[in-house]
Ligand binder design. Sequence first.
Ligand SMILES: [Zn+2]
Length: 155
Amino acid sequence: MDAQSQLETSKLVINLPYFELIITGSRDWVDRRSVHLPLTRLLKRHGRLLIRNGKNRRGADRIVSDWSSHFIDELVLERPYLPDWDTHGNYAGNLRNQDMVDAGAQAVMAWANPCRKNGRWCPPGEHPSHGTADCVKRARKAGIPVFFSPEGMSW
Ligand SMILES: [Zn+2]
């Protein structure tokens, strides 16, 4: 959608509330199409999207950011949630996830690859990347429905 048609669309939807969405996903997610398609569908259905995004520089967060940047804020408004690593260390990502959940959303979309860390905190067997799993767990605890990309893991 070019800028002019976005402006015209925004006049039609300006009275609609934003559909609020939390996005989460693995840092090694590379498939852009599996991100663009559901977001575009959601935007068409609801007219306006507010996206809470943890803004990792790579992976699903980045792909969502790049997609959002093609739209004016009246249609797709991205709210960044940057983890404060200096203050909270390794736990910063979890606190950031909780901030997104506390801010509220009508849904969570998750693009989850298996964890490839093989670290000492990893449970045995295949499991989703930890940040994504943490965000999903917190969202569910708050009663927010979670939708998984069919191209990734779901649980
Ligand atoms: Zn792991």
